[in-house]
Design a binder for this molecule. Structure first.
Ligand code: MN
Length: 734
């Protein structure tokens, strides 16, 4: 570079720096400015020999990130300094200790969090990516500002991706759509989320993006004209009320238009809500709500509203803190138009999210609970470190985008839950202990199943019992990440408990076969029973699926050729190749729907699912149910166009499947016998009773009970135990 060019560049850097201070959303004190200046100087020095792919000096990147942080998001001076320094430790000679000495603990901690996140991402693997995501969320424990700065960093990288290799562009763009956009949404950074999504689409589906962009540009004039026509009519009424307001058109993002086109299988022209009207009004805090409804009245005097599309986020803000009144009316030319009514304060919160919350914290305490409450729940879910990372992220992501509903506790407290949440989810949202002990639920005073989907305004009461405990079915009823992770860990604990008992039993049973239990023997058994881990083995012994006879069989075959073969394999150390086939063979039964029914089906040829795959059933016209993998190339299309023909399906381990058995019994009619029967079945043996019928006739009774059991052994034990009850004559299986 020539000296003149260097000079030119330095001028540009200085200009950017000045602008950074100028556009800060917060008022910067003298100390703030000193801190930012110091961070700037260090960043300039640290990155002095670095250039970006585009050729420009690296320092432009941290400054740009700091500008997003300062202006668009509106964070404090500490965050601005941390943003300037965000790549220093990762890319340059400076260490974290240096940063801490110069800038103190807070800045150092944020920079540390940011460094940890970026040093994670050298991967191709989705599960690794998910793991990274989880680690990234873990930094939320330290400081939510880490994630926010990270989002700003990602936004700037997305804005300046043109000089990158196309394959890298696609990778970064998909990661952005997968993780960063949902996070930005959840934190309430709606504008940034929209920009991330649009940029994501631009690089993942460039043709589609360009096409929609062109069409938007073409229809712009027509749209502006429409918005003007719409506004001119209501202005008259609004002015008459002496309101101070501003009306704007708010275009739908390219990404949202695209999503709607795909989801509803419609063309660009058929998307009716390509823009909304936004009315932003001035008001003091006291009259804010009142004025919003006044504007509502004026608007609906001119245009007829659709009553089912009224959203009052003022009386009950979203948990992201969003407040506004949304209505949909029939505008000029009989077109549906959404109108968003917000005060300037509400608008600021919608635009700035976190930072604006902070600003209004003292006046609107309840809003902060939204984000804080979410962060707390998130932290709790994260602490459940055993969950597989991909599962975790998938479930977590669902919760990021979920629409919210509001329900009431019996005491009249309001709780927010993601749309689609069930009665069981509610239990877990009250408290983990409540969730785990849920026996039944009452919605608006009526008993409902745990799977009952809650609606806005429902009043929900949980009936708990100290005897209740989660079963694997609960995973079909729970939709929130929190409930699911709690249920899974409870099930794991239970399995472990049973496995521990099973281990003791196994040791004894082996001894009676003259075999001493050792790691080697356990490995042999795991292979012999085609299991995955020793835990699976002990568990099956514990529940009785692997009984005496099976262990005897093992003992006798142990000496034969097959076992020698297996032993050799173990010795050669390649147990791992005993492969997927054998492991998946445990998921041997495909069941459909919420009730896990066994139905006729065919596996589809387009994706050839195998046992263990995540699948769904599709009801075809001529060929019954066809089963596809969830990631089948046709899946998205089938699910979006024929949602009503989709039936959920899953592979289960038939040896663990519960079946219903009918037990008949008779005896002398004495008081308390029914009580004792249920005591044994549900309290002592923890089995489900599906149906129970008792008839008495002249002092003699007959009973019929339908119970759920996992295997014949358990059934035998129930029958044996029931037979011991005083007064019972006969017990048998029907
Ligand atoms: Mn960066």
């Amino acid at each position: 570079m020539t000296e003149a060019a260097i000079d030119e560049e330095n001028k540009k850097i200085a200009k950017q720096y000045k602008e950074l201070l100028r556009i800060s959303y917060r008022n910067l004190s003298k100390e703030d400015k000193i801190l930012i200046r110091q961070a700037f100087d260090v960043a300039v020095d640290a990155h002095k020999d670095q250039r970006r792919k585009s050729g420009e000096a690296y320092i432009f990147h941290p400054i740009a990130v700091a500008k997003i942080v300062a202006s668009e998001i509106g964070l404090d001076a500490t965050s601005i300094a941390a943003a300037l320094l965000h790549d220093v430790v990762e890319d340059t000679e400076y260490t974290l200790v240096d940063i801490e000495q110069m800038f103190g603990e807070t800045v150092a901690r944020i920079v540390d969090g940011l460094t940890k996140i970026s040093s994670l991402k050298k991967d191709k693997d989705i599960s690794l990516q998910a793991e990274n995501f989880r680690k990234m969320l873990l930094t939320l424990n330290d400081d939510v500002r880490v994630i926010i700065i990270k989002i700003a960093d990602r936004l700037h990288n997305m804005q300046t991706m043109d000089s990158m290799r196309p394959d890298k562009q696609v990778k970064i763009a998909s990661e952005t759509l997968y993780i960063y956009a949902p996070l930005a949404h959840r934190i309430g950074l709606y504008n940034i989320k929209t920009e991330l999504e649009d940029l994501g689409l631009k690089y993942t589906e460039p043709e589609v993006y360009k096409d929609i962009l062109e069409k938007i540009t073409e229809s712009k004039e027509e749209q502006d004209e429409y918005i003007k026509r719409f506004s001119d009519r209501i202005k008259e009424g609004l002015d008459r009320e002496g309101l101070n307001y501003d009306i704007k058109g708010r275009p739908k993002s390219i990404f949202s238009i695209r999503r709607k086109m795909v989801k509803q299988n419609i063309t660009f022209d058929e998307v009716y809500d390509k823009f909304a009207i936004r009315i932003i009004y001035k008001s003091d805090l006291e009259n804010e709500k009142f004025i919003a409804w006044k504007i509502y009245t004026v608007v609906t005097d001119y245009y007829r509203p659709n009553p089912i599309r009224l959203r009052d986020w003022i009386s009950q803000p979203k948990s992201t803190g969003y407040e506004a009144l949304h209505i949909t009316v029939i505008g000029p030319d009989s077109k549906w138009v959404e109108v968003q009514i917000r005060s300037e304060r509400m608008h600021e919160i919608a635009e700035k999210g976190y930072a604006a919350h902070y600003k209004y914290k003292n006046t609107e305490e309840k809003q902060d609970q939204g984000l804080d409450g979410w962060l707390n729940r998130l932290q709790e879910a994260l602490e459940n470190s055993e969950a597989n990372a991909v599962d975790f992220v998938e479930e977590f992501k669902l919760n990021l985008y979920a629409k919210e509903i509001f329900v009431f506790t019996p005491e009249g407290d309001l709780k927010s839950l993601p749309k689609g949440a069930t009665a069981l989810d509610f239990g877990f949202s009250v408290h983990t202990e409540v969730g785990l002990k849920t026996r039944g639920t009452r919605v608006n005073g009526k008993l409902v199943p745990l799977s009952h989907e809650l609606k806005n305004g429902d009043q929900v009461e949980i009936i708990t019992s100290s005897k209740a405990k989660p079963s694997s079915n609960w995973l079909d009823y729970a939709t929130t990440a929190r409930a699911r992770s709690k249920i899974k860990s409870a099930l794991r604990d239970e399995k472990k408990q049973i496995a521990e008992d099973g281990k003791v039993i196994l040791k004894r049973k082996l001894r009676s076969q003259k075999i001493t239990m050792s790691e080697k023997v356990v490995n042999e058994l795991v292979l012999y029973f085609k299991l995955k881990t020793s835990l699976d083995l002990f568990y099956r012994v514990g529940i009785g699926t692997i009984d005496n006879q099976k262990i005897k069989d093992f003992a006798t075959t142990r000496s034969n050729v097959f076992m020698n073969f297996i032993k050799n394999r173990i010795r050669r150390g390649n147990i791992k190749d005993v492969d997927k086939e054998e492991i998946t063979s445990k998921f041997d039964l495909l069941v459909f729907g919420k009730d896990s029914e066994k139905l006729e089906y065919k596996l589809s040829n387009c994706c050839n699912p195998i046992p263990g795959d995540d699948v769904f059933g599709f009801i075809t016209v001529n060929e019954g149910i066809k089963v596809h993998k969830n990631d089948c190339p046709n899946a998205l299309q089938l699910q979006s166009n024929y949602a009503y023909r989709i039936i959920p399906a899953k592979w289960i381990d038939s040896s663990q499947e519960e079946f219903k058995a009918v037990i008949k019994l008779n005896g002398i009619d004495n008081i308390g016998v029914v009580n004792e029967v249920t005591q044994i079945i549900s309290n002592n043996m923890h089995l489900a009773i599906y149906n129970m019928q008792f008839d008495t006739n002249d002092g003699v009774f007959t009973g019929k009970i339908t119970v759920g059991v996992k295997n014949k052994n358990t059934l035998k034990t129930v029958i044996k135990n029931l037979a011991k009850i005083n007064g019972i004559d006969k017990v048998f299986r029907e």
